[in-house]
Design a protein around this ligand. Structure first.
Ligand code: SF4
Length: 365
């Protein structure tokens, strides 16, 4: 049974130059209506496999792009098909240019209690560099309305290591973000997928990759304001960590609805087609099935994204395996390399282990 739900809304106002997520940069009302009809059918089909939901995450794409009428129908689909646990955390991603006070009121009335707002940078030239559309002019209204509506848990997404971005630019972005007193900040290093327009335009460009300086600036600046790093890219005030993501990083099962959405039942993973029409046509998800030891190793590795790593008691409960029997040699090697600390109770990544997490993960898989 699932008790976490992810819904993918695959519509955006345009395509950002760095984006490798599945989304349509332009869509028609007919496409969005077909999406809602098919989503309702998928939720109806899958809801019997769910317990009262502990967490819901609506991502994309840009969920706030839906018109007020579409958003109302979307929220009704979620409310009508699923039961909610007490204190269910319900996050919706939004972009400042499409999130209006009326939409915020609808979200709050439906039970949404967490917003994740795509800022990326406050600096116009950097927003232009990554092909980010829209302005941030509405941000004061959004923050005021969200808080007045009772949505106090607010995340900003920020991006660093943008070509041409200086450390001073980044520190100013962090300071500006903090001036809004968000409860959570996600700080992503720009990853440029080969297939994106930004990758093409960077071919002859100088890429400032002073990654560690940007990384350390996050801990220093955000730490002073009470936001602590709890995962490679995520900072929160105590008690305001994203529960949905924490569960997933620690191997919890979740149901995914919508095109490109992945589901995980604790052993098998399956992903809906990353193509609106194929998903509308009912094309079957792609199944990722590996043996139980390999899946347990993957869950072990994934948990090492989090600063708290694993308590062995939790890992044994989750995977029904002993971590040291499963990957004892690799864990001891990682401890020797200084990438994790290891003791009888558990293991957690060091700063180096977070910075070089890909290497850490590769060793555990
Ligand atoms: S708004 Fe987000 S999902 Fe949409 S194109 Fe930009 S980065 Fe991709």
């Amino acid at each position: 049974m699932f008790d976490s739900l992810y819904i993918h809304v695959p519509f955006c106002a345009g395509k950002c130059a760095y984006c490798a997520f599945y989304s349509l940069g332009a869509s028609t009302p007919e496409q969005r209506r077909s999406y809602l009809n098919t989503l309702a059918a998928e939720c109806r089909r899958q809801a019997p496999r769910c317990q009262p939901l502990q967490t819901i995450f609506v991502g994309g794409g840009t969920p706030s792009l839906l018109s007020p009428e579409e958003l109302g129908d979307f929220l009704a689909i979620v409310r009508d098909h699923f039961a909610f646990a007490a204190n269910c955390e319900w996050t919706v991603e939004a972009n400042p240019e499409s999130l209006t006070p009326a939409k915020i009121a609808m979200l709050a009335a439906a039970g949404v209690n967490r917003l994740s707002i795509g800022i990326q940078s406050f600096k116009t030239h950097l927003r232009e560099r990554i092909g980010r559309r829209g302005s941030l002019n509405q941000l004061p209204t959004i923050m005021q309305t969200a808080r007045d509506s009772g949505i106090r848990r607010i995340n900003f997404d920020l991006i660093f290591a943008i070509p041409g971005q200086t450390l001073a630019d980044w520190q100013e972005d962090l300071a500006q973000a903090l001036s809004w007193q968000p409860s959570h900040l996600s700080t992503y290093a720009l990853t440029v997928e080969e297939t994106t327009p930004l990758a093409q335009s960077m071919k002859n460009d100088q890429y400032d990759d002073d990654f560690v300086a940007f990384w350390d600036a996050c801990d220093e600046t955000l730490g002073k304001q009470g936001l602590h790093r709890y995962e490679i890219a995520n900072f929160a005030r105590p008690g305001h960590e994203c529960r949905h993501n924490l569960r997933i990083w620690h191997g919890a099962s979740y149901l995914g609805c919508g095109p490109a959405a992945t589901s995980f039942d604790g052993q098998d993973r399956w992903t809906n087609p990353a193509h609106l029409q194929q998903w509308l046509n009912g094309q079957a998800p792609e199944l990722d099935r590996i043996n139980p030891d390999a899946r347990a190793a993957e869950i072990l590795a994934f948990g090492m994204r989090c600063v708290a790593g694993w308590q062995w008691e939790d890992f044994r409960r989750r995977c029904r395996r002993d971590p040291l029997e499963l990957r004892g040699d690799a864990l001891r090697r990682l401890a020797k390399l200084g990438l994790i600390t290891l003791d009888a109770d558990g293991a957690r990544p060091t700063r180096q282990g977070l910075l070089f997490n890909d290497d850490l993960v590769a060793e555990l898989l």
